[in-house]
Design a protein around this ligand. Structure first.
Ligand SMILES: *Cc1c(COP(=O)(O)O)cnc(C)c1O
Length: 716
């Protein structure tokens, strides 16, 4: 008998004819297959909305009569059979890209570690871009057939829900997740007890439970300390993301890194490649070091072996953003561990020693750099910045030759593309276009789409966004939760025909959400032209401990509420993947104003681009590579300036000028008929040039070819 298995989730009593809806609910494949989502929607569209598009919760609550009804609906059953066939073909497929390109290496596994995974809005185990990138990475690994397993956390309270008070202050609400209503599978041992491993934290043993989420073909294992046998305090260790409490943070990272390796061993996995997505999981190298030393390797040999199997991706372009711990904390948590390695204190600290202005720290990215042989930043510019930033670890090497490369981020097309556009592309790019997402040639056919058809779909998507905002505002108003002016601030006065700009991201100060507000009189003049109105939608969360970020939200919110803004400036509460989808699919222009070179890559603009929105951004991160002069607009020039005030002033000036002189006139130009012909040409240029290059397909293939396969093929 197997030593562990997953608990059969199929606890729904479904009519036999549609019984496999239950199985599909437990595979996140449905998150990138809108035809499956439509099945649930067709059964009961209100409940589908109420459950925030969560099939597990949906099936638990749907009325039996509604299920019975569809079993007599041949139209529905046709769609059901089709979806099921596609699902089975997907899961059983043997001619995947991996099989065809690297299939000679069987039984080799890639382990992918990340502190957050953004897979769907109903699984709030992500905070922002890093998580969405990890989630998209898994979906694409599944599409390509890569033998990959992933490790992360099941945060029991998830990331917070954002509420904005009447005065614009962000309040955070934590809701305990109901695992039995989520597509999460508990793993149990042969006695039907939760499958657990143990991790030592400052002298005490803590139990860690293992869960699983199935992402297409890829399993994602999630760790959780809310287990019987742990103290109440320890049961809370994995309840939230990114605490600013140092003890909590180091405990989480020990659980992810050391616990993650133990969990994989428990599951009898022996990865050939280990990918640390950001430094949070770098302790995994220490656990592997311990294993090797215990089996008789010398420290030097063990480090060489670990390096030869490890990939590290850094996402942080500023030293202050690095994840690091004071040495006393390392003493507290690693005193016995370092003895197991046979190391003295200073030798142990050497593994991750980082000199900072006030002394020395134990730095997770430094540990990750030391313990990997292939390392990368996430855009060309970020690669350059990272090589300079970490040059001191390779003191005899010139910055250009520091061994950190770059692979620019991308997005998972199926997850982010509007359903209508998927069908439209299907008609003009060829029915198998999704097999060739990263092939620029396929995208040449964008030019064959008639302008009217593309514009009609875009209009539909913008109306959908505006109606969605209105319904949200109405719901809040009915619940008597908000002041009348907040109803306006949440978008009820928006015009589905006006030029609409979106700005949605984490409210960190470097993202400069207030740059466009810098000359407010000028902005008011821009948005309030009666014949050429402009509306701007803001959304985003600040980290709960980030006071400047929260002040930034408040500043924006106060401007949004002013009568002079005419309801044309909007702030939407609680930015998450659901809202992100509405926004990137619905707006005309996607605005991004980071202070160069702080935006390591950024991905939201890529999501907007495939949906036909035009990017209007600082030449930082991915946009510095994506912009070609005709597929959107740049803010400022291709240079960074150390004088922040001067940089802000120049960028704001450039932003207003381009808006006034280029973007607005182009959008409203109807000299050749009812359509903004030049705008649509630019839209097509944007989709054509950006969709293949900034796809997750291109990205994961690069990781596979330049990193994973390189390490798999090494003899060790
Ligand atoms: C895509 C996405 C992000 C990352 O976008 P950036 O361009 O890096 O700001 C953050 N949050 C959510 C919810 C997203 O969908």
């Amino acid at each position: 008998m197997a030593k562990h298995h997953e608990v059969n989730p199929n606890h729904f009593s479904l009519p036999q004819r549609i019984v496999r809806l239950g199985e599909m609910a437990y595979n996140l494949w449905w998150t990138w297959n809108p035809d499956v989502q439509r099945l649930y929607e067709r059964i009961d569209s209100d409940l589908w909305e109420q459950t925030s598009h969560n099939p597990v919760q949906f099936l638990r609550n749907v009325e039996r009569a509604k299920l019975n009804a569809v079993t007599h609906d041949s139209y529905f059953l046709g769609f059901y059979d089709q979806a099921l066939l596609a699902y089975d073909q997907y899961m059983e497929r043997e001619d995947t890209w991996y099989q065809e390109n690297h299939g000679h290496v069987q039984d080799e596994l890639i382990a992918y570690f990340s502190s957050e995974f953004g897979l769907h809005e109903t699984l709030p185990i992500y905070a922002g871009g890093l998580g969405v990138l990890s989630g998209d990475h898994l979906k694409e690994a599944s599409d390509l057939g890569l033998p990959l397993v992933a490790m992360g956390f099941l945060y029991t309270k998830g990331y917070f829900t954002q509420l904005i008070t009447e005065d614009g202050w962000q309040e955070a609400q934590y809701v305990k997740l109901k695992f039995d209503e989520l597509p999460v599978l508990p793993l149990v041992d042969e006695n039907e007890k939760p499958l657990t491993i143990e991790v030592e934290l400052a002298g005490r043993e803590v139990l860690v439970r293992i869960w699983k989420i199935q992402v297409g073909r890829v399993p994602l294992y999630l760790l959780d300390t809310n287990v019987e046998g742990n103290s109440d305090e320890d049961r809370e260790l994995t309840s939230r993301l990114y605490s600013s409490d140092l003890d909590l943070r180091i405990s989480q990272e020990i659980i992810l890194g050391i616990g993650g390796v133990r969990a994989l061993r428990k599951l009898e996995h022996n990865p050939a490649v280990w990918h640390m997505n950001e430094g949070h999981s770098a302790f995994l190298a220490l656990e592997r070091l311990r294993e090797l030393v215990k089996n008789g390797s010398s420290l030097e040999e063990a480090i060489e072996i670990i390096k030869s199997k490890t990939v590290f991706t850094t996402h942080t372009p500023v030293p202050a953003g690095s994840d690091e711990f004071p040495e006393w904390l390392i003493d507290k948590y690693f005193s016995t561990f370092k003895e197991k390695l046979g190391l003295e204190r200073e030798q142990f600290i050497d593994l991750a020693r980082h000199k900072v202005s006030w002394g020395e720290t134990f730095s997770m990215p430094v540990l990750a750099m030391h313990m990997s042989s292939l390392r990368n930043g996430v855009s060309e510019l970020h690669g350059e910045v990272a090589r300079e930033m970490w040059n001191y670890l390779w003191p005899d090497t010139r910055a250009e030759e520091v061994p950190i490369s770059h692979i620019t981020n991308g997005i998972h097309t199926g997850t982010w593309l509007a359903r209508r556009l998927r069908h439209l592309y299907g008609r003009y790019l060829g029915s198998d276009w999704m097999e060739n997402i990263d092939d620029p040639e396929i995208w040449e056919n964008i030019n064959n789409i008639p302008d009217e058809e593309l514009w009609e779909v875009r209009h539909h998507l913008k109306r959908k966004l505006v109606f969605y905002m209105r319904e949200r505002a109405r719901g809040q108003w009915i619940q008597d939760k908000i002041h009348p002016v907040q109803v306006i601030a949440s978008g009820t006065l928006l015009d589905p025909y006006a030029l609409t700009i979106g700005f949605a991201r984490r409210f960190a100060t470097y993202k400069r959400a207030d740059l466009i507000l810098r000359d407010f009189t000028r902005l008011l003049n821009i948005i309030n032209q009666p014949d050429m109105p402009v509306q701007i939608i803001f959304a985003g969360k600040a980290h709960p401990a980030d006071k400047p970020g929260k002040l930034l939200i408040q500043n924006v919110y106060r401007k949004v509420k002013m009568a002079e803004s005419g309801g044309r400036l909007v702030f939407l509460e609680d930015y998450d993947m659901n809202l992100a989808r509405y926004l990137v699919q619905g707006v005309d222009v996607w605005l991004n104003t980071p202070r160069r070179p702080n935006e390591a890559s950024g991905t939201s603009g890529q999501k907007a681009a495939i949906n036909g929105a035009l990017n209007f951004s600082v030449l930082d991160g991915w946009w510095r590579e994506g912009f070609n002069g005709n597929n959107g607009w740049a803010i400022g020039i291709d240079e960074s300036n150390k004088d922040y005030n001067l940089q802000d002033e120049m960028d704001a000036e450039s932003l207003y000028d381009t808006l006034e002189n280029e973007i607005i006139p182009l959008f409203y130009d109807r000299t050749t008929g009812d359509l903004p012909v030049e705008w649509i040409a630019r839209m097509k240029e944007s989709i054509r040039t950006l969709a293949p290059e900034f796809s997750m397909r291109r990205m994961v293939k690069s990781y596979a070819e330049d990193m994973y396969f390189q390490l798999m093929d090494r003899d060790n």
